[in-house]
Design a protein around this ligand. Structure first.
Ligand code: NAD
Length: 355
């Protein structure tokens, strides 16, 4: 029996609907396993711009720092497309990752057998299954590098810069993760062109000496994108930079069926993490009760496991998701013939009822 304080950052678009679904499931876990989850809500993204004039108010950072963990929905939407770059909704997201020291992003892509029909790949590509863990560096690289633009708009530039220390710490997470999986790491870079990638590759090779049981190989990012599409079963752990990880994890999620299914965990040196679905705020379907809440619900399961050490409880959430899918219930994004279409709230309620 434990007490856990969670900061909820619902954000924009479908964020509030999917976070509310995850809370329903967490409350069912609390009831079943006798834990108390208490929640504090804070603003981030577009809704924070509207209320506070900034996408990341100091109050939000303080609440996150005072809590055991953070669950985020998503930020952004067309309403804020025109705001200055430094207060854009996405800058709030980058800012909170930095403020909480969350330098690694774990993004598992698993194709559930029940959702094979939802994958765009043909059956023969999926015979060996799909279970990829993308370990993405989260607080460095081009997203945080120096940004410049000429006063007359004739040029603009962004800097991709990595220190050896930054590469070592994300590499360690990847190797440790591989040790409890299939013991294979593919490091993805663009070392044929980029100096930062050459340092990345050298540092990964150096680190590999500490993990003799793990097989390390390297792949250029363009080839990696192609390989994920043509032979995804070859991958166990992929470790890569911030920008390449952003792109490749979306690709591996699409291969796994729907972006609405996949969770992520952002971790730093301590136990506190930030957990969020990998998709965005889906403004096109916001407020319609049709978004898939499963990515957020299984993100909460990752929080139970990685931040709170509640392995049985995390397993209960994943099993409840499987049970609802086995019973044929689907949200619109994963709907296929013969299945029963349900909305966001009903999906969360059914998962909670199966805990
Ligand atoms: P998106 O992920 O929001 O949506 C892409 C497509 O997937 C849309 O058709 C959407 O309806 C669908 N989709 C996404 N999540 C879904 C779910 N749970 N259930 C069913 N369908 C789902 O990406 P986008 O349209 O490129 O971006 C929309 C906004 O989100 C932008 O402002 C973008 O900057 C922001 N964004 C935020 C994050 C984040 O908060 N972490 C990540 C990516 C994009």
């Amino acid at each position: 029996m434990g007490t856990y304080n969670i900061t909820l950052l619902p954000g924009d678009g479908i964020g509030p609907e999917i976070v509310s679904g995850a809370v329903t499931v967490l409350n069912a876990v609390g009831k079943k396993f006798n834990h108390t989850f208490s929640y504090t809500e804070a603003d981030i993204g577009g809704c924070a711009i509207d209320k506070h004039g900034t996408s990341l108010p100091q109050e939000t950072i303080d609440k996150c720092l005072a809590s055991d963990s953070v669950l985020l929905g998503a930020v952004g939407g067309p309403k804020w497309d025109g705001v200055p770059a430094d207060i854009r909704p996405e800058s709030g997201l980058l800012g909170i990752r930095k403020a909480l020291g969350l330098y690694s992003n774990l993004r598992p892509s698993i194709l559930k057998p029940q959702l094979k029909a939802a994958s765009p790949l043909k059956d023969d590509k999926l015979e060996s299954g799909l279970d990829i863990m993308v370990v993405r560096e989260l607080t460095g690289g081009i997203y945080f590098g120096k940004k410049q633009r000429a006063a007359d708009n004739s040029w603009a530039s962004d800097e991709e810069k990595y220190s050896r220390e930054e590469i070592l710490r994300i590499g360690k997470i990847a190797f440790e993760t591989a040790m409890i999986r299939q013991k294979r790491v593919v490091s993805v870079d663009k070392a044929n062109v980029l100096e930062s990638s050459r340092l990345w590759r050298e540092t990964m090779n150096e680190l590999a000496k500490d993990y003799p049981e793990v097989a390390l190989s390297h792949m250029y990012v363009d080839n990696a994108a192609m390989q994920i599409a043509i032979n995804p079963a070859q991958f166990d752990v992929i470790v890569t930079s911030n920008i390449f990880g952003d792109i490749l994890s979306d690709l591996s999620s699409a291969v796994a069926g729907s972006i609405g299914m996949l969770p992520s965990a952002s971790l730093g040196a301590g136990k506190r993490g930030m957990y969020e679905p990998i998709h965005g705020s889906a403004p096109d379907i916001a407020g319609m009760d049709i978004a898939n809440p499963i990515a957020t619900i299984v993100s909460a399961a990752m929080m139970l496991e990685l931040s709170f050490g509640l392995l049985e409880e995390a397993r209960a959430v994943n099993c409840a998701v499987d049970a609802v899918l086995d019973a044929g219930y689907r949200t619109a994004d994963i709907m296929s013939e013969g299945m029963k279409k349900i909305g966001t709230k009903e999906m969360a309620d059914r998962i909670a009822a199966n805990i």
